[in-house]
Design a protein around this ligand. Structure first.
Ligand code: FE2
Ligand code: FE2
Length: 135
């Protein structure tokens, strides 16, 4: 069963970003699945690496759009991205050190964080981007 489900109310009104958020959700679901099925450290490590790389790319893309739109909340938003990236890096490091206790904790953390971030922080840039013709 999927840990996180994409619903229309999560849309930020920008197609590129919605598509990236969907990929993030899918990666989190795959990661959760791999952990629940006990697919082993290598597979989990691979998915964590993918998640970290994709998270970084997504945040860069989002920040570039906010910068173009001269979004007033960019600095605060960047801080939130930085915090999430550090958390994912911390999970990756723990996994590399052989800590096997992070499965549920990690999946819950990520799904909550992504949903909350998307529903509150990401939603705030919507009018600024839309105003610049970015949908
Ligand atoms: Fe964001
Ligand atoms: Fe986002």
């Amino acid at each position: 069963m999927a840990l996180v489900t994409w619903t229309d109310n999560l849309s930020v009104g920008v197609e590129l970003i919605d598509n990236q958020h969907t990929v993030l959700f899918n990666t989190i679901n795959e990661l959760h699945d791999a952990m629940m099925k006990g697919q082993g450290r290598a597979k989990v490590g691979e998915l964590l690496g993918m998640l970290l790389a994709y998270t970084r790319n997504h945040f860069s893309a989002e920040e570039a759009l906010m910068e173009d739109a001269k979004y007033a909340g960019l600095a605060t938003h960047r801080i939130e991205h930085c915090k999430l990236t550090k958390q994912v890096e911390w999970f990756v490091a723990r996994h590399q050190q052989g800590d096997l206790t992070l499965s549920i904790e990690l999946a819950d953390f990520l799904s909550d964080w992504l949903k909350n971030h998307i529903q509150s922080v990401d939603q705030s840039y919507r009018p600024w981007l839309n105003k610049c013709g970015v949908y």
